[in-house]
Write a protein that binds this ligand. Structure first.
Ligand SMILES: [Zn+2]
Length: 710
């Protein structure tokens, strides 16, 4: 399938002889020719599709120029919307014009953002960073243009009779203005704007207090017994003959102690320190932030901030999200008790104390002990079965099959890195070209650290009726190949691969007419669900056997017991893992549901109590919320993690109950038609039910995680 395979070793600049590792690094090139963009043009004609690739800026000057031009052009377009000739307001010159403008701005921003995260040239990354900042600051003011609002309002006052996607775009555009406060009388609107500015300043301070918060704890080697060499030997940790300094605010160091250090007092000391970071500085700011959020929400006509934030999501209001989380919490109770009992047995055996109880500083340690003793998991063994090329080919072949697609290698007219790949996606049956994706595979200096899908050109219907097909980029950080080994992925990375490519499918297979609804522009508590669903594929032996094989002996498939072991280990402590997640989600919802100016002084105590009630009791006088970064960026939205997970498990049943399981073509077709194609052009709850062929249910998720249903 790989039309042209490049020698990755040579490109990585490693002067190893490729001849010695021919088998692992450079298999013979298949004879298939690489296509160009132009080769796809004739096939796109009958479908009236527009195919083009982004024109990347290659100098800092070009980035600055694009930035300025984007702002000038967008301001001019908004001026145009703001002064339609009297009595001539139409859908096209107001609502649609705004969507057109948003698409142009998004395209420039997407490109510059990708340059910022992937360019091999530090000057370009710096210029792009500046440009993104400038564009973001400028974009904030766009919603508040009164001339534009007046024109849109004049159109709304004509009481337009719209249907389908146009009606949804109209309603949501008006909703945005209402949420921004534009529909309020001037004095109240000014008040909201003032509160927002204040909120933004306090939130920035909250974040910077988190970034600045530090604490170091000193221990002896004996106190740290059990800690891995990766901690004890890390730079800056061993500071004296028998003195080790653990940085509480450095997550991996704190985790290493919590998971491995035998001494309970040490774990306790660390947890207390960690849950007290930024306590003094951020306690008053949390009270201030919650008060401001509540004030803004009420001025805009909502009961509280949770209702305001969730109005635009699937959950719709705070109450629904809280009930969902509580149902999950209760369902997990028996399994959590069973897990804690196992931990307790281990603790009694280890300490000899028959009354030993599991505290919040214990669970990670005993979960790790359980993994080591009962499940004996060595997930590293699996790497040998996942050479990168094989994993990619395997996933490509599954996605092509279930979604009815054809992926073809395309010559990229411009490459920001030598080993960049470009692929074209077409409908396998009709031959319709649907979009393109770039594949930027290995880590390098200055590159984005995770694995993510970056949109570049969004799908959108043009004024002339043609359809602009999407282009995205997958930015990955696979383990690079070495002189004697190909790039070998661990099982987690294979899961991530299936997940992130799911986002690419969501973006590329869109049919939504407006950029606002296209691809992954769906509510945030849904956007992860289709990709989370696809994670189930990599836990299925049949799926894995379709591509995974030992790179040294491709006749060898994954031994079934290893997969079972990893799966069992994963679910063995899942209730604890999940109840901890729920403790964050509920804390976040409850604060944004209950705290007002009157009771703001109780905010931190309420946060700590909610966490203690949902997971394990937090030590007295700690204030975990003060160091919880998601409080500022994910406010009243943390529940989305569990919410989407539940939908993902529900959606997976469509495949699981189909004749061909995870390979089922009819289920894949349904996924394309009901989920990927519509995007947000209709209510996603409706799309999910159409895909399921029944109302949604939380049961498959409860079953998957071993929770009890009622
Ligand atoms: Zn994702």
């Amino acid at each position: 399938m790989f039309a042209k395979r490049l020698c990755l070793l040579a490109l990585a600049g490693i002067v190893a002889s490729c001849a010695t590792s021919k088998e692992t690094c450079c298999p013979p090139e298949p004879k298939t020719s690489v296509k160009t963009l132009n080769d796809f043009q004739p096939a796109s004609k009958p479908f009236n599709n527009l195919l083009r690739l982004p024109q990347f800026e290659t100098t800092p000057d070009a980035i600055a120029q694009t930035t300025d031009q984007t702002m000038v052009a967008a301001n001019a377009a908004l001026d145009q919307v703001g002064k339609p000739s009297a009595g001539k307001v139409t859908f096209a010159n107001t609502i649609r014009a705004l969507d057109d403008n948003a698409a142009r701005v998004a395209e420039a921003m997407n490109r510059i953002y990708l340059i910022k995260e992937t360019s091999t040239d530090a000057r370009l990354r710096d210029a792009a960073t500046e440009a993104v900042k400038k564009l973001q600051e400028w974009a904030v003011g766009l919603d508040y243009r009164e001339d534009v609002y007046r024109a849109v309002k004049a159109y709304a006052d004509t009481n337009p009779q719209l249907s389908g996607e146009e009606a949804k775009l109209f309603v949501e555009t008006m909703r945005d203005y209402r949420r921004a406060g534009l529909s309020l009388p001037k004095p109240q609107r000014d008040e909201v704007e003032k509160l927002r500015k204040e909120l933004s300043a306090v939130t920035t301070d909250f974040d910077s207090n988190i970034n600045k918060a530090q604490q170091t704890l000193k221990f002896t080697k004996a106190e740290l017994a059990g800690a891995p060499e990766s901690l004890l030997g890390a730079p800056g940790v061993k500071t004296g003959d028998d003195e080790y300094r653990v940085k509480v605010n450095v997550t991996w160091q704190a985790l290493a102690v919590m998971e491995h250090v035998k001494n309970e007092k040490v774990r306790q000391q660390l947890l207390v320190a960690q849950s007290s970071l930024a306590k003094m500085e951020n306690t008053p700011l949390i009270e201030k932030i919650l008060t401001l959020r509540q004030q803004i929400a009420t001025k805009l006509g909502y009961q509280n901030w949770a209702d305001y934030q969730l109005e635009v999501k699937m959950a719709k209001n705070g109450k629904t999200a809280i009930e969902f989380e509580e149902k999950l919490r209760d369902g997990l109770q028996p399994k959590m008790e069973a897990e804690l009992e196992e931990f307790q047995k281990l603790k009694i055996a280890e300490t000899g104390d028959a009354d030993a109880r599991i505290n919040i500083w214990d669970w990670r340690y005993y979960a790790e002990q359980l993994r080591k003793t009962k499940y004996n998991v060595d997930s590293e063994q699996l790497r040998n079965f996942f050479p990168l090329e094989r994993a990619l080919e395997g996933m490509f072949s599954i996605y092509q099959r279930i979604f009815g697609l054809k992926f073809e290698r395309v010559e990229a007219p411009y490459k920001w890195v030598d080993d960049l790949q470009l692929w074209g996606v077409s409908d396998a049956q009709s031959g319709e070209p649907l979009g393109f994706f770039y594949l930027d595979m290995f880590p390098r200096e200055g590159k984005y650290h995770h694995f993510a899908m970056f949109p570049l050109i969004d799908g959108k219907r043009q004024a002339d009726g043609s359809y602009q097909r999407p282009v995205v980029s997958l930015v990955c950080n696979f383990t690079p190949p070495t002189a004697d080994k190909p790039s070998l992925l661990d099982h987690d990375s294979v899961e991530t691969l299936f997940h992130e490519f799911g986002h690419a499918m969501h973006a590329i297979l869109t049919r939504a007419n407006f950029v606002r609804f296209s691809g992954t522009s769906v509510p945030r508590d849904f956007v992860e669900a289709p990709s989370q669903m696809l994670e189930a594929w990599v836990w299925d032996k049949k799926v894995l056997d379709s591509f995974a094989a030992d790179y040294r002996d491709p006749a060898k498939k994954i031994p079934p017991e290893i997969l079972d072991q990893i799966k069992a280990a994963k679910y063995a402590t899942y209730a604890c893992h999940y109840r901890r997640q729920l403790s964050f989600g509920l804390m976040d919802l409850v604060l944004h549901d209950r705290i007002t100016e009157q009771n703001a002084g109780e905010a931190v105590a309420l946060a700590t109590k909610t966490m203690s009630d949902t997971f394990l009791p937090m030590p007295a006088d700690t204030a975990f919320i003060c160091y919880f970064g998601h409080f500022s960026g994910y406010d009243a939205g943390y529940y989305g993690y569990a919410w989407a997970d539940a939908i993902a498990a529900d959606m997976a049943t469509v495949f699981e109950n189909s004749p061909d399981g995870y390979f089922d073509v009819a289920a894949g077709r349904k996924m394309r038609d009901e989920i990927y194609a519509p995007g947000d052009s209709r209510d996603v709850s409706e799309s999910i039910e159409k895909f399921l062929g029944r109302p949604r249910s939380i049961e498959p998720f409860l079953k998957k995680i071993g929770a009890q249903s009622k």
